[in-house]
Ligand binder design. Sequence first.
Ligand code: ATR
Length: 282
Amino acid sequence: MERRPRIDGHTLLAGVIGWPVAHSRSPLMHNFWLEQRGINGAYVPLPVVPGAFDVAVRGLQAAGFRGVNVTIPHKESAYRIVDRLDRSAQRSGSVNTLVFAPDGRIEGYSTDGDGFVANVEAHGIPVRGGRALLLGAGGAARAIAASLLDRDVDVVVANRTRARADALAAQLAGITVIDWAGADELLPSCRFVVNTTSIGMEGGADATLPLDLSRADTGLVVCDIVYVPRQTALLRQAAERGLRTVDGLGMLIHQAGLGFEKWFGATPDIGPEVEALLDADL
Ligand code: ATR
């Protein structure tokens, strides 16, 4: 590994804005990649209280930052502050990555959906065509749905609160909505099932997904965006049935990698090393 030069007047800066932000794993990943690539850069956690987002972003831009990731509770403010919304941000209705362009404009991207797809493909599973059943209709579901639709996947959404799934379908043409309880029936015709809800998350909802995996086609790929724990009950059941599984940690890494490329102009190595680093920190 090349040695990273010390912080000086040439250091490229980026970070993550959130409140709280101390729990974020993004600094770990980006600083690892900076060091690995021998780039003179630093990625820092930026705790910004609600209400101070705009002033913080303008300040970071004025101070020469390359850009920032944005997390809870500032995602809506991020969507509003940008001068140019990338297609990924428009389609997903959210922004998690800001790039301060050399012309002074702020560009907004959403890397979640493409990060999800890149992670599945990194498992050697091509994402094109077929049907995907998405459980949940929140921000993550929308981003993933947008990227799947772009790859000609037939996207079906089931959400506990049906009205929220209907609202999602109204925002993204091509989505079919079914009842939460009807998810199970659709399973035999699906190539992918993706849990985007907080079910299965450590300390999360004490609920189970309306799925009986014994009905699944043997080619079904079962994905979870939850990564704490990595092995959710859904993934465990799928693995026991011999189905292919994709856990949420890889999505976290891939979506981060897309931001890294934009700020630092280099492709990060999304291999076992960074995965092990995060795993040790979970
Ligand atoms: P994110 O931005 O990460 O997608 P979100 O917008 O809060 O998070 O969405 C959370 C999703 O998890 C929603 O689809 C939510 O369903 P509702 O719209 O019915 O609230 C789903 N969810 C959370 N807890 C759940 C539970 N106990 N049972 C079923 N769905 C649940």
